[in-house]
Design a protein around this ligand. Structure first.
Ligand SMILES: [Zn+2]
Length: 410
């Protein structure tokens, strides 16, 4: 996962627009207006926040999670629920970091900066804009490497002192039409956003705002989980409701061409279980040979994999008493796995390394979040890995003390 675990933009305005739009025309693709196919993931509470008490947790609503898949442009997104707005608001404003900042991630960020700087001749005269800049770490790295001018946009209120310490300029707001309006006279050589686009309720409006800031020379770089990789790697933990959108090259191109962008390059990368980095520029035409071909039956196979994984888990867990099994990882993906695989009745609690989560509950369940030092090693025999992207690190940490059960990396 990128440094920004949760990022959402202009959500109040867009939610209202979407509610209206979906109220009238709920089941058509927002990009190409074709009729969409509905794929049912199952009824589940929303993942990615926590509750202070068990009573509060058990009172949290569940939703029918429906993926809307477009047969024409291959856009896949979750059906919107107005009732989810308050919960998502809570999820994004709570903003607990569920990522590990690993050496691998740091190397990835370095190579991202180096390759863009060399490909597009970025230097001290360049101006770079990051949307969803989170702590500002990457902008700071850009500045340290090439001494360029940087600007970030980030709605979270938790990073002000970090930005100040690094002397990074950040507009502390949601990116959308009004922020775009204030930036339109600036000339950015590079505009990028990493692991942001999947969270945006209205990705078409978002690109419209990006297009209003980008000049003909600006390079726009988007890093986002790649639907083909999610499908190929069977990353069912990746399809929680906090990821509202699932992109292919075809669907990104379909949005981009609405605003006169073409895809000039792309790379497949390993972040977040398989992502894609897409480079756009205005007045360019996408090479039709790069358009991928993800079908509804491919998406449907991914959804069916949930029940396979569930069967496998239950056959692994049958030999244990509930008190002998715990989960590891209470972030959005871990919670989502717990819900869709029906693990609540098999685990006694879930541990997490984020200290702020200790003592709280996973919404919609009676599952408490504890810290690793609270684990009674005389009782617990098996740990279910609920952070599949960090399986090796967690396995190493547990050092063979428990049976390690991984629902994804099997
Ligand atoms: Zn479509």
């Amino acid at each position: 996962m990128a440094e920004n675990s949760f990022c959402i933009f202009n959500k109040k305005v867009i939610y209202n627009n979407l509610s209206k739009e979906y109220g009238i025309n709920m089941m058509s693709c927002e990009i190409c207006k074709s009729d969409v196919k509905i794929l049912t993931v199952g009824k589940s509470p929303i993942s990615g926040y926590t509750c202070k008490t068990i009573d509060e947790s058990l009172s949290q609503p569940s939703f029918e999670m429906n993926l809307l898949a477009c047969p024409n442009c291959s856009m896949v997104k979750y059906q919107w629920f107005d009732e989810a707005e308050a919960i998502l608001d809570r999820l994004y404003s709570g903003h607990f970091a569920t990522y590990y900042f690993t050496k691998k991630m740091s190397e990835y960020m370095n190579s991202f900066i180096d390759s863009l700087s060399s490909k597009y001749n970025l230097n001290k005269d360049s101006s770079i804009l990051e949307l969803g800049c989170n702590s500002g770490r990457m902008l700071n790295m850009f500045r340290e490497k090439i001494n360029c001018t940087t600007l970030g946009v980030e709605p979270s209120k938790t990073f002000n002192s970090t930005w100040k310490d690094m002397n990074i300029e950040v507009i502390n707001d949601y990116f959308g039409e009004s922020v775009a309006e204030t930036l339109k006279d600036k000339n950015f050589d590079l505009i990028y956003f990493r692991h942001v686009f999947e969270h945006i309720p209205d990705p078409v409006s978002f690109i419209k705002s990006v297009a209003s800031v980008a000049s003909n020379d600006s390079i726009v770089v988007i890093e986002v989980p790649y639907l083909a990789s999610v499908i190929n790697n069977k990353r069912i933990e990746n399809i929680s409701y906090s990821h509202l959108n699932y992109f292919t090259i075809q669907s990104i191109d379909a949005i981009a061409t609405k605003y006169n962008f073409g895809i000039i390059d792309f790379q497949l990368v390993e972040t977040d279980g398989g992502s894609i980095v897409v480079h756009l520029q205005k007045n360019k035409t996408t090479n039709p040979d790069i358009i991928d071909n993800i079908t509804i039956s491919n998406v449907s196979e991914l959804v069916s994999h949930i029940s396979n994984a569930k069967d496998l888990m239950l056959s692994n867990l049958g030999k244990y008493d509930k008190q002998e099994v715990i989960g590891y990882g209470a972030g959005a993906k871990g919670q989502h796995l717990l819900h869709i695989l029906g693990l609540e009745e098999y685990v006694s609690y879930v541990i997490d390394d984020t200290p702020e989560l200790k003592g709280s509950y996973i919404p919609g369940t009676s599952v408490e979040i504890k810290s690793l030092d609270q684990v009674d090693r005389n009782v617990v025999k098996a740990v279910i890995n609920l952070i599949p992207t960090h399986a090796e690190a967690i396995k190493e940490k547990l050092a063979g003390q428990f049976e390690f059960i991984d629902p994804i990396n099997i």
